[in-house]
Design a protein around this ligand. Structure first.
Ligand code: FMN
Length: 193
């Protein structure tokens, strides 16, 4: 099924491995026939700090947020599925992306009187760790629970998946190629489940 997928990328540098992975991922989506839009949080000038104007008003069903937040809500409404591509920082989202969630996935839009209607969300994180190191301390489980249950599930998206690409600081060409191939495949087969 053809979908409109918003891919949100969070990285300070466009020549990063994260951006190369995002490019492969969106190429995969396009090759599968999906419509895609890429939102580059750093270059778009997005301010990730939740200030007074965007604090949830718990007594309102649909408050009006600041213009940049309303614009991002409108952008989300044009898509039926979502993807986030980001480096794993402290086994979590980078602050820029966390701030996007804080501000845009707001009360009365993503939770409360409304839920998000998106069919799927993919969290594609790039980690310097090996899979074994992450497994030893159950960090992958921690991230799955946080992103799939506490965030996506709370906002009504039951089809939420975390995919981690490991060993990002390993400079061997075959490791680099594997990461980019995995990113492409995740786009190409985005709607397989
Ligand atoms: C502030 C910061 C925190 C990081 N925390 C983690 C971490 O918790 N786990 C991990 O595996 N790698 C961690 N890393 C390494 C990044 O995941 C790694 O630099 C990134 O995957 C490399 O991709 P890039 O070249 O696109 O940045 C951290 C890096 C930074 C800058």
């Amino acid at each position: 099924m053809t979908m409109h997928i918003l891919t949100v990328v969070s990285h300070p540098r466009v020549n990063s491995l994260t951006f190369s992975a995002a490019a492969k991922f969106t190429q995969g989506l396009a090759d599968a026939g999906h419509h895609t839009e890429l939102l580059d949080l750093h270059r778009s000038g997005f301010d990730p700090v939740l200030r007074e104007a965007d604090e949830p008003d718990w007594s309102s069903d649909r408050q009006i947020f600041s213009p940049d937040v309303e614009a991002e809500m409108e952008r989300m409404k044009k898509h039926d599925a979502l993807a986030f591509v980001f480096p794993v920082w402290w086994y979590d989202l980078p602050a820029m992306l966390k701030g996007y969630i804080d501000r845009v996935w707001n009360n009365g839009f993503a939770y409360g009187s409304n839920k998000l209607p998106h069919r799927k969300v993919l969290w594609l994180g790039l980690a310097a760790d090996s899979k074994e190191h992450m497994a030893k301390r159950q960090y992958e489980q921690m991230m799955n629970r946080h992103l799939n249950v506490a965030i996506a599930g709370y906002c009504g998206i039951s089809n939420s998946k975390v995919e981690l690409l490991y060993d990002t600081l390993d400079e061997k060409p075959e490791v680099y190629d594997k990461i980019l191939t995995q990113a492409y495949q995740l786009g190409r087969y985005y709607d397989n489940d």
